[in-house]
Structure formats: C-alpha cells, structure tokens
Design a protein. Structure first.
Length: 275
C-alpha cells in the first residue's frame, strides 16, 4: 500500500480538496483526511489499472508497478485495502467532519468510484478496445473513468465548509466537470507527445492497446483546442466565487490573492503539464 501511494505523483486530487475547501473557508484540519482518502482511492485505481488483466503495465510514476514489484495477488489486495482505508478515513470517530458532512462525502466517494463512476468508466474503456467510439461515447468514458473522481475531490472539499451556498456548489460542480474532461484529454495528448521518462509510464500505451482517444477521434490540434476551451469554461465558473464577487466590469481576478487562486492554478496546470 505504501509503495504505490507514497511513490511520487502529482497529488492532484488531494490538492483539489484543499483548493475547493479553502475557497469556501473550510478548516484545514477538516480537509486533511478527505484529501488523504482521495489519494488512497486514486492509488487503488492505478494499482488495479496496471494489472495484467487490465492495461498490463510494468511502469508507473517512474518505478515498477505494484504487481511487478510484488505479485498480482499482493497488488489486488493492496488496491482493495486502499479503497477500504479511504472510506475509513472519512467516517471514523477521529474525523473532524460533522456526521452530515461525513455521510455526504462517503456517498460522493462511493458514487464517484463505483459503477456509475470510475469502475464503470474502466469497464466501458475495456469494452471499447479496438472499437471506434463516437465523440459522445468517448466523453462518457472519460467523464466516468477520470472525471468522476476529480469532480468528487472538488465537491468533497466544498462540503467540508460550513458556509457553502447552493450557487457556489453548483459553480464548483461545473468547474470540476470541465476540468475532469480536460484532464483526460490532455492525458490522451501526452500519450502521444511526451516521452516515457516524462510520463513515468510507457508512452504510446493507448495506441498499443487499441484504445479510443480524443486525438484518434478528432485529431491532435482539435483535441488541444477542446482542452483549452474546457479550461476557460472551468475558470469562468469559479470567477463568481469568493472574493471575485466584488469585481465589476472587465476586471479579472488576481489568482495570487483570491480565495479561488489555487483552483485557477490547478486548472492551468492541467493544460500545461507534460506528465
């Protein structure tokens, strides 16, 4: 469990928890275990995704995948244990979450990682191997497989706040939806343009496995344009949150001082990253 969870990585989903939570004045100590839970869920998904029965990868985050380092059985059990640990972190008596917040977050994580979220998206991805998907079908795969947990990270952070309004929650939900799809489109692009050393995993893996991707469906340049459009839509959503409410006319938020600054920065990282 430690081998895969602590082996580097961007900690992107955990950062989203902190970004959304701090934008709505959630206490930092309340966000800690929620952020850790998101990382546990993500690490579990990567361990299982790399298994021979799935993508059969031998490199992840620049080191041997879990089943290569140990064996298939250990990798399966490590993933299972990390999934269970995620729910324990946000539901045990040591949590600073209120009972209502804990129940809400547990439900969000379950939905995001289950049949209508990440696991369902992985199944659709497997079924789509060597198949020509429509753009609508591919978006559905991406929104489930990758976008659902990214959305959950944002919303779990938001629900740690005691003062979030319905309007703020709607704005963050839309921000997360746009960002989650953009993240996976960039992943598709990087599979073509980045090296194995940069990615920390084999490049060209999607093509080798016969997976449907945005570049294969609409082309590389159109994929980059779509990701950029989603980024701008995501930013537009959060420009109405927090300190931005005091802006008028054509004023632009200062991402360095605004409460949503980290949300801006993370969205920018998504489209500019090289791994």
């Amino acid at each position: 469990m430690r081998y895969s969870t602590l082996a580097g990585g961007k900690r992107f989903r955990a950062l989203l928890v902190y970004a959304a939570g701090t934008a709505l004045d959630a206490p930092l100590d309340r966000l800690d275990k929620v952020a850790a839970a998101l990382e546990c869920l993500h690490a579990y998904s990567l361990i299982h995704d790399d298994l021979p029965a799935m993508d059969d990868d031998d490199l992840r985050r620049g080191q041997a995948t879990n089943h290569i380092k140990y064996d298939d059985a250990t990798a399966i059990l490590a993933g299972d244990a990390l999934q269970a640990l995620a729910f324990e972190l946000v539901s045990n008596d040591d949590s600073t979450l209120t009972n209502k917040q804990s129940r809400t977050i547990v439900t969000l994580l379950a939905k995001a990682s289950g049949p209508n979220g990440m696991v369902g998206g992985q199944m659709l991805d497997i079924q789509a191997t060597e198949q020509k998907l429509t753009r609508e079908q591919l978006e559905n795969v991406h929104r489930r497989k990758t976008g659902a947990l990214i959305n959950a990270a944002v919303m779990c952070g938001a629900f740690c706040s005691d003062s979030a309004t319905d309007e703020q929650l709607r704005s963050l939900n839309t921000y997360a939806d746009h960002l989650g799809l953009a993240f996976q489109i960039i992943d598709d692009i990087l599979d073509i343009e980045s090296s194995t050393e940069e990615l920390g995993k084999p490049n060209g893996a999607d093509v080798a496995l016969g997976k449907s991707t945005y570049p294969s469906l609409i082309g590389l340049q159109e994929s980059k344009k779509l990701a950029a459009d989603l980024y701008h839509k995501a930013i537009d959503c959060i420009d109405t949150i927090g300190d931005n409410n005091t802006l008028s006319g054509d004023q632009k938020p200062d991402k360095e001082t605004n409460k949503c600054g980290l949300l801006h920065t993370l969205a920018e990282l998504v489209i500019k990253r090289t791994h």
